[in-house]
Design a protein around this ligand. Structure first.
Ligand SMILES: Nc1nc2c(c(=O)[nH]1)N[C@H]1C(S)=C(S)[C@@H](COP(=O)(O)OP(=O)(O)OC[C@H]3O[C@@H](n4cnc5c(=O)[nH]c(N)nc54)[C@H](O)[C@@H]3O)O[C@H]1N2
Ligand SMILES: Nc1nc2c(c(=O)[nH]1)N[C@H]1C(S)=C(S)[C@@H](COP(=O)(O)OP(=O)(O)OC[C@H]3O[C@@H](n4cnc5c(=O)[nH]c(N)nc54)[C@H](O)[C@@H]3O)O[C@H]1N2
Ligand code: SF4
Ligand SMILES: [Mo]
Length: 748
């Protein structure tokens, strides 16, 4: 594995695209990286960030041994056996005294790694844990709630082929999120027959390529989207045949949109009414339309309503079930739980897609309520830094009876844990993500390890297996027949598996553990951690039999075998456009357009918006913008950045002048939650009254000379937990009322 001339396939782990890469190794250094042309989705594409991945693999914050916190707050190194037995005992004690449902799980995967989350489920079930969350509960749950009522699944646009692409609060030039994003955006921009519509208050790099840039005032997208949809209805631009055949509940929507005063709404969102009408007409005239909404609306006021209105643009115009349109898609493993909306035990916040809103986590802990969370497992996430109101989150995590963090690095969250478990990096183990969101061809990529685990670390599947073993919930003798069958091949294993689980349904509860313990040891090339994929492959083959066969896989075992043998990834489903209809979960296979609460909210727009800014906090701060050198909290070493090392506060020319600020000056940003200092970048891209800070900054790091550094502003030092969506509890990170003051240098 150390032959430097050889290129080893893997993937970039910095965003949900997970572009295929090939890597040359120099010892344990990822010395050369380029796009993998054999990867079925990315086809050789990467952005600037992938080439910097060695800063993730090799940096001074990597953990190398399990650690236990001493009463004085310092950490001591302990061995794995001690860590596993004390942690298992600790959680078992909590389960036995106050109940397993008081054990809360946060994380389970970042942008590149979802196998850990697949295995932790067995340990959590064995403990009787019920509540969980992750970052999707601070972005996508509102959209999920809308989607589940409209058609019951996640949709994706097919931008590569769309005549018109619409980006709402989404800057794919920087944030990517769909395959080969920059190439696709450039192709659209070059083609006079295609068009791009961008709704964003900032003149982003994506907006610069747009044919229609609807430069909304921050937080007013609901008015803009309602007006766009209203034009479709009022100018008879809807696809009536499509609506009659495939959509129910159209009339109440038509009525509500019919009542919208388009000129008035355009004025309320600050967009020229003629431009807005022209954009709506361009959508209506197109043979295909794809839409991408992201954090600019999902983390801003009216977020769930905006998700709903946004979907009107392609539903009313019939852009579903055809090339270049919007699609439901297959999933290799569901990212979201199913079931209706539950409630959290303390605050009664909505649990959508099985996820507790990130914004209420602190309140679910910091209380005397008997049902409060008492213990927590955090895996591959850094909530002490990434969740709103970091100060409250840190108080809450510190108040837990037991906090265990599984991470590769000593994070802000790990520093609050009773135990920290060091995971092998994503290049040191079998890994995969479940961000498999494309249609008609959907891909899955099991990455092979490039390196042995760093000394002292373990891959998550092994960590979770050891913890389940320590709980003693499975009698090892029951696994013997499965172990034997696994050595005889997948057919024998399949039979033995159904016999074993039929005889003892309790094995089904700890399924990933059973697969890892029995099938895992027979898998080649360090792929034991891929065992859980066997179950998922069976499920995919049962759920999409035709599409899996069309992709060349006869059945679940054939699919699993192909996954193991495809180190650059494979296509697991090939759908036909008409299959979109079968992917609708409603029995009548139609889109159910009416969501009564949201139509009520739509009617109420006529009297708004009411600004959240005030004399004290006159500026809208977008806290957490994606830029060329941000990558969530994945890179801790600030040395990975070639530019924007401080994570500049971008402000408009007008605000800079009023505040007496110039490029490079220092400014103090104050919000109701906190205050921080940043370097200023005066930018013609910003509207007056709007400022932006990047995400992923303010992470602690110890420099080579031993000094502590944390460049830039930790965005959640400035955000409040109560600023959140009424339906989904998702935060308004892009819309934080703030004050900016020049920091006058102190002269000696
Ligand atoms: N470089 C980089 N890429 C990433 C990531 C990263 O950290 N760095 N993270 C990944 C992750 S986890 C995610 S979720 C995605 C997020 O991807 P995006 O959602 O594209 O990222 P953001 O830059 O946070 O926000 C998008 C846009 O919202 C705009 N915006 C702010 N306020 C408003 C508003 O009121 N209305 C509208 N319409 N727009 C508004 C901003 O100007 C910005 O251009 O990116 C992924 N890709
Ligand atoms: N103010 C503000 N806050 C935001 C956002 C914003 O725009 N503004 N964006 C939000 C969004 S969209 C997201 S997605 C979240 C992301 O926030 P988080 O959910 O905290 O996820 P990441 O930042 O991706 O952090 C991933 C963690 O996984 C660790 N890790 C990396 N590889 C491995 C591995 O192999 N195993 C294990 N166990 N750990 C590993 C990294 O060290 C890191 O600590 O932040 C959210 N927070
Ligand atoms: S950051 Fe995203 S788009 Fe860029 S190379 Fe990595 S996976 Fe691909
Ligand atoms: Mo995200």
């Amino acid at each position: 594995m150390t032959d430097t001339a050889e290129w080893h396939p893997s993937a970039c782990i910095l965003c949900e695209c997970n572009c295929g890469i090939v890597v040359q190794l120099d010892g344990r250094t990822l010395s050369k990286i380029r796009g993998d042309r054999s990867h079925p989705a990315s086809q050789g594409y990467t952005c600037n960030k992938a080439l910097r991945l060695d800063h993730y693999q090799n940096n001074r914050t990597r953990l190398t041994t399990p650690m236990r916190r001493r009463p004085d707050g310092s950490y001591e190194e302990i061995d794995w056996d001690t860590a596993i037995s004390e942690i298992a005992e600790g959680f078992a004690r909590i389960r036995d005294t106050v109940g397993g449902d008081k054990i809360f799980y946060y994380g389970g995967g970042g942008q590149g790694n979802h196998l850990g989350g697949a295995y932790s489920g067995a340990f959590l079930k064995a403990l009787g844990a019920r509540y969980r969350s992750n970052a999707l509960a601070q972005e996508k749950t509102g959209e999920f709630w809308v989607d589940s009522q409209l058609y019951g699944g996640h949709t994706r646009g097919e931008f590569e082929h769309a005549e018109v692409s619409v980006f709402v609060g989404k800057n794919p030039w920087m944030s990517q999120s769909f395959p080969r994003a920059r190439t696709v955006l450039q192709d659209i921009a070059k083609d006079p027959d295609r068009a791009m519509i961008v709704i964003d208050p900032v003149i982003t790099d994506t907006a610069k390529l747009a044919d229609f840039h609807l430069r909304v005032r921050p937080g007013t997208d609901a008015w803009c989207l309602a007006a766009l949809a209203a034009v479709l209805v009022q100018e008879n631009l809807c696809d009536e045949t499509f609506l009659a055949e495939h959509v129910t509940g159209t009339e109440p929507v038509r009525e509500a949109l019919g009542a919208v005063d388009v000129d008035d709404f355009a004025a309320r969102c600050g967009v020229d009414a003629d431009l807005l009408r022209a954009a709506a007409r361009r959508i209506a005239a197109a043979s295909s339309v794809s839409v991408f909404e992201d954090l600019g609306i999902q983390q801003a006021p009216n977020s769930t309503l905006c998700s709903y209105l946004n979907k009107m643009l392609w539903i009313l115009t019939g852009n579903f079930g055809k090339r270049g349109g919007q699609h439901l898609h297959s999933t290799f493993a569901p990212l979201f739980g199913t079931g209706g909306v539950g409630r959290t035990p303390v605050t009664g916040a909505p649990i959508i897609a099985g996820l507790v809103p990130s914004n209420v986590v602190a309140q679910e802990i910091l209380t005397d309520h008997p049902d409060r969370f008492r213990a927590m497992i955090v895996e591959s996430s850094n909530p002490a830094h990434s969740v709103a109101d970091s100060a409250a989150v840190r108080d809450a995590l510190s108040a837990l009876e037991l906090l265990v963090v599984v991470d590769v690095a000593m994070t802000e969250t790990a520093r609050l844990a009773h135990y920290v478990l060091p995971a092998a990096s994503q290049f040191e183990k079998a890994e995969a993500t479940f961000f498999n969101l494309e249609f008609p061809h959907n891909t899955f990529h099991l990455r092979h390890p490039l390196l042995q685990p760093a000394p002292g670390t373990l891959p998550e599947p092994e960590i979770w297996a050891r913890l389940v073993r320590a709980l003693g919930v499975v009698d090892d003798a029951e696994l013997q027949p499965l172990r034997r069958a696994a050595t005889e091949g997948l057919d024998a294993y399949t039979q033995a598996f159904f016999t074993a689980v039929g005889a003892n349904p309790a094995l089904g509860r700890v399924l990933p553990y059973v697969l890892y313990e029995t099938l895992g040891p027979t898998l080649p090339d360090g792929l034991a951690g891929a065992a859980a994929l066997w179950g998922l492959a069976q499920k995919a083959a049962l759920t999409y039999p035709e599409a899996v066969r069309r992709a060349g896989h006869a059945d679940g075992n054939a699919l699993f075998t192909a996954i193991l043998a495809s180190p650059s990834g494979l296509t697991f489903t090939k759908h036909q456009y008409a299959d979109d209809w079968d992917l609708i979960s409603h029995a009548d296979r139609r889109i159910a357009l009416t969501i009564p609460e949201l139509l009520e909210d739509l009617r109420a727009l006529a009297s708004g918006p009411s600004p959240l800014t005030s004399a004290e906090f006159p500026i809208v701060l977008s806290a957490g913008e994606r830029r060329a050198f941000t990558a969530n909290d994945i890179f801790r070493d600030p040395g990975w950045r070639k530019r924007d090392a401080d994570g500049a506060l971008r402000i408009s020319v007008q605000d800079a002048e009023a505040l007496g600020l110039a490029d490079g000056d220092r400014a103090r940003i104050t919000t109701s939650a906190g205050s921080a200092e940043a370097s200023v970048e005066v930018s013609a891209a910003m509207l007056p009254g709007h400022a932006a800070l990047p995400n992923g900054f303010g992470l602690d790091f110890v420099a080579a000379d031993g000094s502590a550094v944390a460049p830039g502003v930790a965005p959640n030092a400035l955000t409040s937990a109560d600023w959140r969506d009424a339906y989904a509890g998702t935060p308004w990170h892009k819309h934080v009322p703030a004050r900016i003051d020049a920091v006058v240098p102190v002269r000696a």
